[in-house]
Design a protein around this ligand. Structure first.
Ligand SMILES: C[S@@+](CC[C@H](N)C(=O)[O-])C[C@H]1O[C@@H](n2cnc3c(N)ncnc32)[C@H](O)[C@@H]1O
Length: 296
């Protein structure tokens, strides 16, 4: 998929105006990075469909305006929009509670796309790193440049061992726990890579650190073509859970602090359908899990 950029009202052009030397130029994103448009569109416009899940993302709509791409088909994937708004609300809550306890800690969005959690989570003393592949990081530098000393953008490939050090996280933690979020990312990676990423987190993170991640059931693997939004991008789902507890087998320090299923958005019918299907799906069709690390 190719995403072309028109202008950037935030960093270079007054909204509605295109100035000649705007540094934002045409760019192309491969299949998986291009999926960043799906959650961006959901955060920008999804509240039309689910007003009670409005995440109040003040940047998403503007960022989407800067991208010369038709985002309307993405809103037709109502399931994906619901998933994104639901997880955003939960992650905001988990991270907000974490920074209340650790106001000087660092947060990291792994595979951040054009998400902007620090708009909600800045408590004045914490720090935040938005990390993604180099091509996305470059786009992000233009659209969402680092602000203040406490919010940084960083290029990283999570599938390469050593991403923890590549992001200098051991230098930044000051012995304090970190809050990491990896949403809409792991399902696109192979199972051995996902296990390696989670094992590196468990191995390197200070005790009490949290990693919020989302996961699909294993029955969704290879089925991206059935998704109205992901199917358009050419990306594929490679990793899914057979059961939530399998995350614990990846590393002895890993604990599950909380796990939630999107079925909770569908009331008792969602609960009943999930209970009936669980012998087949093993794990919820779409779940959000907060992993923590215990002491060494
Ligand atoms: C569906 S988007 C999610 C973006 C963001 N987390 C959000 O929710 O708005 C998937 C993101 O994962 C990133 N990604 C995929 N593989 C990656 C890798 N190996 N290392 C870092 N980021 C990766 C993509 O570039 C893309 O931005």
């Amino acid at each position: 998929m190719s995403v072309s950029i028109r202008s950037c009202g935030r960093t270079h052009c007054p909204p509605g105006e295109v100035i000649a030397d705007c540094r934002v130029r045409q760019t192309q994103l491969p299949a998986v990075p291009s999926t960043l448009l799906i959650p961006l569109a959901a955060r920008a416009h999804g509240a039309r469909l689910y007003p009670w899940l409005d995440c109040q993302d003040h940047d998403a709509r503007h960022l989407l305006d800067c991208l010369q791409t038709d985002w309307r088909p993405m809103l037709q994937d109502r399931v994906a929009v619901l998933n994104v708004l639901w997880r955003t609300r939960l992650i905001k809550g988990w991270a907000g509670a974490f920074f209340q306890r650790h106001p000087e800690a660092t947060g990291v969005a792994l595979g951040c796309g054009l998400s902007h959690y620090f708009q909600w989570l800045d408590v004045g003393t914490n720090r935040w790193i938005d990390a993604d592949l180099p091509e996305v990081c470059q786009l992000r530098h233009t659209l969402l440049p680092p602000a203040r000393e406490r919010r940084l953008n960083a290029a990283v490939d999570l599938t390469r061992p050593g991403w923890w050090e590549a992001l200098s996280l051991s230098r930044l933690d000051d012995g304090q726990p970190l809050f990491l979020v990896c949403e809409g990312v792991l399902m696109y990676l192979s199972p051995p890579r996902v296990r390696a990423i989670l094992a590196e987190f468990a191995d390197r993170a200070p005790a009490g650190s949290v990693l919020a991640l989302d996961a699909i059931s294993h029955v969704g693997v290879g089925q991206a073509r059935h998704s109205l939004s992901v199917g358009r991008t050419g990306a594929e789902f490679h990793w899914g859970l057979h059961q939530i507890d399998e995350l614990l087998h990846i590393h002895p320090r890993l604990r599950i602090a909380e796990s939630r299923s999107v079925s909770e958005c569908y009331g008792w019918m969602g609960w009943a359908a999930e209970t009936l299907c669980l012998p087949w799906t093993g794990a919820p069709l779409y779940a959000l899990v907060a992993l923590t690390v215990g002491p060494r």
